[in-house]
Each structure stands twice: as structure tokens, then as C-alpha cells.
Design a protein around this ligand. Structure first.
Ligand code: PGA
Length: 249
């Protein structure tokens, strides 16, 4: 998929049966009204092929990939398999995987490299825990994650998502000032690392984005879109978020 900015990506997590694919047609329809906004949905692996075939106008992606192309790795899914199923992007380093599967920065970086090698757009997630923010270490933690998780090459196919762990699925969000400060710090890191290409890497905010807060969050400087969990499951919620991204463009 073309890397547009703003970009709004839905992360369905471990939600969605084939019957839920019906939502995708409406999401594709909503996205059609706002061609300047990139819109994509990352359903579970099981739905990628059918989703991609059913809604060719809506880029479909995965929520994880293995670092390797193929082999004896029971239960894992490789980036070329995602591409073969019609997937166009992959999320790596989501905090739920970092926490539940113990994924390290080094592993996340290898996954990002695998995604890029397979021709996918790669969204690398970073974000601090509540304890880290309370300790005044939020920016240091995110800086360390960026330094360790981002690949050295392929910045033109990269997207970064800042998702404070304590804001995911909780209904709580940082203040606008805190979001803006973190996104500015991430932008500085990207420019330091990749030069002018780093200035063009979209930085998404994620964590309890919903229709009622999308307008103000998406209008903040260096917020180039959103990674949306719960509110991406239904077009009634996701549609207004796409519209908010369009208004910020
Ligand atoms: P949420 O999840 O929108 O449900 O908070 C965001 C994410 O984890 O990507």
C-alpha cells in the first residue's frame, strides 16, 4: 500500500470471525470519501485472505510476523505468507506482544526487517508503562525502544505508533501536551536517524482513540494518524475517526 499521511489503522487484536467481515465493506466505503487519508485494517491472521479478497479497496494487514521466511516454527506466520494472503502491512512490537510474549527490541527490529523484506508497510509500536511515566522516564523508555526496534534501512516504508501502555483499552489518554511532546521527541529521533526520510515517517498515536477525542488528538503537531483498537471494530466508531483524520490533513 501507498504510505499516506494521515494514516488511520485499525488493530482488531484477537477479535473477529468471518461474519464480522461485513464491517469491512462499510469501512472501505467510509475510506473512499477521504482519499487523502490512508486507511487499513489489521484483522487476525485467519481473516486476512478473505478480507483482502472481499474488499480490494481497503488495505489489509497483520498484527505480527515471524522474523524468518519459512521453516519448522509451529504456529508462526511469516511476512511473505502475509503478503501472499493479500496483506499489505504488518504491525510489530505491539505492547501486548512485548508484555505477553516477552518480545524484545532486538526481536521487534528483526520482525520489522522481515516485514520490509516482504514488501510490507511496517508499523513499529513503542510506548511506556504507567510506572515508567510516573517515574519521569517516558521519553527515555520510548527513545530506547526506538533505538533498538527500528531497522536501519527502509525508512520510506516505515510507520511509528506511539501507544502509552496505560492508555490502551482503558479509556484514558495522555494530555494533549504530553502527546505532542512525545511525538516531537519521536520526530527528532527519526530525523536524527534517517535524515530527511525521518521527517516523512508517519507517527501515529494509539491508546483509547475514539470519536470523541479523535479530532483534538489528530490535530496535534507531529500526530500523523492513529492506531485504533476497540473503536476500529465498528464503522460507527471508526468512520468518525477517519473523518477526524481527514479534517486534520
Ligand atoms: P485501543 O487499542 O484503541 O483499544 O486502546 C489501541 C491499540 O492497542 O492499538
Amino acid at each position: 500500500m501507498k504510505r499516506l499521511s494521515p494514516l488511520v489503522v485499525g488493530n482488531w487484536k484477537m477479535n473477529g470471525l468471518r461474519a464480522d467481515l461485513i464491517e469491512l465493506a462499510s469501512i472501505a466505503e467510509a475510506a473512499k470519501d477521504t482519499p487523502m487519508v490512508g486507511v487499513a485494517i489489521c484483522p487476525p491472521f485467519t481473516l486476512i485472505a478473505e478480507a483482502a479478497a472481499n474488499t480490494p479497496g481497503l488495505p489489509i494487514g497483520a498484527q505480527d510476523c515471524d522474523t524468518r521466511v519459512s521453516g519448522a516454527h509451529t504456529g508462526n506466520v511469516s511476512a511473505p505468507m502475509i503478503a501472499d494472503a493479500g496483506g499489505q502491512l504488518v504491525i510489530v512490537g505491539h505492547s501486548e506482544r512485548r508484555a505477553e510474549q516477552g518480545e524484545s527490541n532486538t526481536l521487534v527490529r528483526a520482525k520489522a526487517e522481515a516485514g520490509l523484506s516482504a514488501g510490507l508497510l511496517v508499523i513499529v509500536c513503542v510506548g511506556e508503562t504507567e510506572a515508567e511515566r510516573d517515574a519521569g522516564r517516558a521519553e527515555a523508555v520510548v527513545e530506547e525502544q526506538l533505538a533498538g526496534s527500528l531497522p536501519d534501512d527502509g525508512a520510506d516504508r516505515l510507520v511509528v505508533a506511539y501507544e502509552p501502555v496505560w492508555a490502551i483499552g482503558t479509556g484514558r489518554t495522555p494530555t494533549n501536551e504530553d502527546i505532542a511532546a512525545m511525538h516531537a521527541a519521536i520526530r527528532a529521533h527519526l530525523e536524527g536517524r534517517y535524515g530527511a526520510e525521518g521527517g516523512a515517517v508517519p507517527i501515529l498515536y494509539g491508546g483509547s482513540v475514539k470519536p470523541s477525542n479523535a479530532n483534538e488528538i489528530l490535530a496535534l503537531p507531529h500526530v500523523n494518524g492513529a492506531l485504533v483498537g476497540g473503536a476500529s471494530l465498528k464503522v460507527a466508531d471508526f468512520g468518525p475517526i477517519i473523518a477526524a483524520a481527514a479534517a486534520s490533513a
